[in-house]
Write a protein that binds this ligand. Structure first.
Ligand code: MLT
Length: 275
């Protein structure tokens, strides 16, 4: 059942175009800005709309208990209220958890699925406990200090050495987030189930993208999703169902935006052909 989720998440048209759009869902603890460079590299004519998830960027929390399902409903209601009948839903990391919940709860909306540096499995007990500790620390201090160290793990070794300019940018994006939103999102992620079965059932094109240096959602998680999806893009898609981005970590979208845009452009082409 769709919760009475907020219908007015902040959305940003990063690329104009026609037809079925890409709806881009950001990771944690970030907002729509992480997609800006990637959107610039999309093929001409591909429309791209980035969403700020509840409690992130320009979107408020709406008083609901933390849950990924609630976020998925909020994205669905926001987009359908805006007149979008369907979309290629693309999620980075936490955005991928939302994309899978959206595919489960509103399958008719999802014309294609892009899963970027994310996983379909649930947290381990240890990971869940860590999230709840971070959420408690954020609540206690009313600051986002507990997540300021994240960029060191978000980017890969190549970026740590050669893309030092990314660090102040990521720091400013994280500092701009609200403590309430950060704590809420951690609790939402902690409560999510394993959604591998969603990929098993899905019959729309799926593209999985992962940074070769991702230590948070590594290649094994990406391969697990591709296996579950059963390479639904078929022989014509070749091995593009799984894109490994060299020289990038968990934030491949920001570290190597051109490579991620190429994979998403291909996914979009296949969705159009599939329709
Ligand atoms: C993200 O990038 O969204 C986070 O690393 C996801 C997570 O904490 O599982």
């Amino acid at each position: 059942m769709t919760s009475r989720a907020t219908r007015n998440l902040a959305t940003f048209t990063l690329r104009d175009g026609g037809g079925v759009p890409l709806v881009l869902l950001h990771g944690f603890p970030l907002d729509h800005r992480m997609w800006a460079a990637c959107a610039e590299h999309l093929p001409p004519g591909v429309r791209a709309i980035a969403v700020d998830l509840p409690g992130a960027g320009h979107s408020d929390l709406d008083g609901f208990p933390p849950s990924i399902e609630h976020i998925a409903d909020a994205v669905y209601l926001t987009m359908t209220d805006a007149g979008e009948g369907n979309a290629v839903v693309v999620g980075h990391s936490m955005g991928g958890y939302v994309a899978l919940a959206l595919a489960e709860r509103h399958p008719g909306f999802v014309a294609g699925l892009g899963l970027v540096n994310t996983k379909s499995t649930a947290d381990t007990e240890e990971a869940r406990a860590k999230r709840l500790r971070i959420a408690a620390a954020v609540d206690a201090t009313q600051t986002v200090d507990a997540v300021l160290g994240m960029p060191a793990n978000l980017v890969g070794a190549t970026s740590t050495e050669h893309r030092r300019n990314l660090f102040p940018v990521l720091d400013s994006w994280i500092r701009a987030q609200s403590p309430a939103g950060v704590a809420w999102s951690q609790r939402a992620m902690a409560s999510r189930p394993d959604r591998t079965y969603v990929l098993d059932r899905l019959d729309v094109p799926v593209a999985v993208v992962v940074g070769a240096e991702d230590s948070i959602t590594p290649l094994a998680e990406a391969e697990h999703m591709v296996r579950a999806a059963g390479s639904p893009l078929g022989p014509a898609m070749g091995d593009a169902a799984l894109t490994l981005v060299p020289g990038a970590g968990h934030l491949s979208v920001v570290e190597e935006p051109q490579a991620v845009a190429a994979a998403l452009g291909l996914l979009h082409t296949h969705v159009v052909a599939h329709h």
